[in-house]
Design a protein around this ligand. Structure first.
Ligand SMILES: [Zn+2]
Length: 143
């Protein structure tokens, strides 16, 4: 598998990247997650409902040491835990919490993008309603 080792020890996938930000490999005529394939090859079998999660939060990473298996529930809990542990930006009164972590240039990209709201939400780690609020001008009006 084709990857580059980063300073943080991640194995950054150099192939195709999906619209939601994960590495992809073409296998038997369809695209599968490169991180899923790495897990399968290095750590063992995966059921169809089982998800491969990143301990490093880097979706392009395929380092098997950074991958662990979980279901959708574990994924949600993992995201909540990481968010809680992250020293968040200072929240100004009235500012929407879910957009506070987006940088201005990301918001501009979201406004310009023709990608599906669900894909953008997954890519930036925000809710689909946040994406639609940005797009219809309810949030980040000044950009
Ligand atoms: Zn990693």
């Amino acid at each position: 598998m084709n990857y580059k080792i980063t300073q943080s020890g991640c194995h950054r996938w150099l192939g195709r990247i999906s619209s939601s930000g994960y590495g992809e490999v073409r296998m038997l005529g369809q695209y599968v997650g490169a991180h899923r394939l790495s897990y399968l090859l290095n750590k063992g079998a995966l059921g169809p409902e089982e998800m491969v999660l990143h301990s490093c939060d880097n979706r392009k990473c395929i380092n098997p040491d950074h991958l662990f298996k979980g279901d959708a529930k574990a994924n949600a809990e993992d995201m909540v835990r990481k968010k809680r542990n992250k020293p968040g930006p200072a929240i100004l009164p009235g500012e929407d919490h879910s957009t506070a972590k987006l940088a201005e240039n990301q918001v501009k990209t979201i406004k310009r993008s023709k990608a599906k709201g669900t894909d953008l939400a997954a890519m930036y780690g925000v809710s689909v309603s946040t994406i639609s609020k940005i797009r219809n001008g309810h949030l980040w009006k000044h950009l």
